[in-house]
Design a protein around this ligand. Sequence first.
Ligand code: ZN
Length: 765
Amino acid sequence: MQRQKSTYLRLLSAAFLVCTTWHFFVAGKACATVSAEPWPDVSAPNRITVGAGDLRIALENTGQGLRIVSLTDTAANQELLAANPSPLFSAVLRNVPTKELTTITADSGWKHVEVAYRGVTGRYRLTFRTPTDDRLGGIRVEVTLDTETSDSALTWDLKIVNDNPQWGLWHVVFPQVSVRDLGEGGKVFAQVTSGIELSGMWAQAGKRGGTYPGGWTAMQYMAAYNPAHRTGLYIGVHDPFGSTKDIFAEGRPAQHAVAFTFDHPVPNMGKPGVGFDLPGEARWQLLRGDWFDAAQIYRSWVVQKARWWPSLGPNGREDTPKWMRELPAWVMTGGPASDCAPRVRSFVQATGAPIGFHWYNWHQIPFDNDYPHYFPVKDGFGEGVAELKTAGVYPMPYINGRLWDIRDKGGEDWQFTQTALPAATKEEGGKPYTESYGSKETDGNSVKLAVMCPTTPLWQDRVGDIVLRLFNEYGVSGVYIDQIAAAAPRLCFDASHGHDLGGGHWWTEGYWKMLDAIRAAKPADRMLTTECNAEPFIKWFDGYLTWHWQQQDMVPAFSAVYGGAVQMFGRAYRGGPTQDLANRMKAGQQLVYGEQIGWFGPEAIERPDSGRFLHDCIRLRWLLREYFYRGQMARPPRFAGQVPLVTADWQWSGEWPVTTDAILTGAWRIPQENKVVLLFANVSDSLFASRLELNPTDYGFPDKSPTVTAIRPDGAQVSLAIEITDRPDIEVGPRSILAWEIKPAAASPTRSQRPLGSSDSVILR
Ligand SMILES: [Zn+2]
């Protein structure tokens, strides 16, 4: 026994050995066979180097584990890995009787580590076994690494075997990688709302990200890049189930590093003898562009593998009613029909286009109180719905899809304990998870709302009953089911629900089942929406309320991945001294991000300083609507030289200054017809003049010179005698929006061209 142990140690300290077959090492003996396959590049003792196209990774034997020592873009001659790399994985284990926590990592604490290489498949297998902490016997970690030359990509998988009767896995961090400062112009893409692009992360401590799937951490990838040096790294977990995980980018200025981590609470966490299998796989890929290129990598995986990718036809989501796909604008107000309906009607008259109406407080119970007892409705609700529908308005009442008030009849516990409690999410100790949102019971205490478990038939049926009653008894056009794509999963430990305890993907699957039933039963011309934009519910909703897209440094990464797959609508519009500029910034950004414009109170359109701009955004979006539901986002166009900036208080949470370019740009493309529309929104008070810088390959322009037509919000069209690929001049007047539609010359129909009015503030050249 003693001899065997010393042999392991000797092996670990000896030259790093690599098998060319699946044979694992046995003590003192390496693989017996050497195949004709090429050996991986052994660049140094104790080290192996693995290449995938231009991406090269080196792993080193630490004596007690494995450590990544370099990750190199060989074409750009750029080292990507930070000087103090993070361990490839770490896992927290919990002692069953004592609840003591301990952590194992890839780079230390192992008596035996093996690397096997199979030349036929190009797959490496890294096995970590026999922890030096004898109490952890029976824990084994297996990591596989596949290489993809064409994409310069590494694909990782991880499995933890737990044959230990005393220790349960609690959570697993995998993969994690620290990227070094990529120099002047280096940027980090992190998952916050629509996605944010940050310049200062290497110099500033702090974490950006959160628990996925939720409205603030909506997708499963991040990136670090320097577009000028054409180098960078895409870091994703391609998990087709949307399992619960924390996704963070963390600035570590002392180390000149940004660490990217995916932290998974384990399904059946804490149970002895339960292992972990990474859902999906992790991918590190060289990135030669920016956030838009990173979004394309993620999109190509989502389209093929994600369970939530919907079926798309030539006209986009054909399971979404056409009116919803086309809708250009939303208003949001509420109360009795006698109060809100006339105001909503005057809005639709002002815009001259169909609109959605998000109807709050249609019920007699107070907001965020006595949920889910939404019935009876306020007097006149059904009549108001019917009347508005004849006026080009699509009414969509609010309900909540997650919460049950624990005192659900005024101050009284009416049905909560008796009916709902067994189906509420529970902490490990059995206490239900509750939340408060500022609403008060009549005694002045905060309303406490329990988070219901989406896997329970009780909650699935209850939400279904409410939604179908609204459709069938009141004829509403859609139902908004609050919070489903906003609030991250609760780690529910109620064993009576029958799902894995804590981590896993039972949360998303619970909602999928609930929503499958609702979609199957609802009338085909109605639709469902929810709050925010957590991706794994897209297939079950027609619209996502992007009201929280209020961040500094946002980029439309979510639109780049999901444009056309779900309709996005509704920013929060607020007040304050810079409200009008903020309104223009939000509406302009919505237009170029592909969102339906709104949702504001009906009176916003009448504001002298910004109403006209909102009106124009709505009109132009109405004219160009097919691009947003049939097409997909293309790279937003850029201008030569500096673009001026504007700042306004968006009032998202208290004072909330946001700075953006004064000229917001977007591009939407219908690939099957080879046409593109470029959008320009000048939200400032000054004329903007510049030259466009376009790379034709980004837009798939036809070989022959395509035609370019300027389209104005009032519908006027002018053919432009310009070469789109030749840095054309462009001018956009103050507080103006403009579209350029680019089509193949042959396919361009004969148009009746109306001259632009001389009073027009949009200048076309
Ligand atoms: Zn549960």
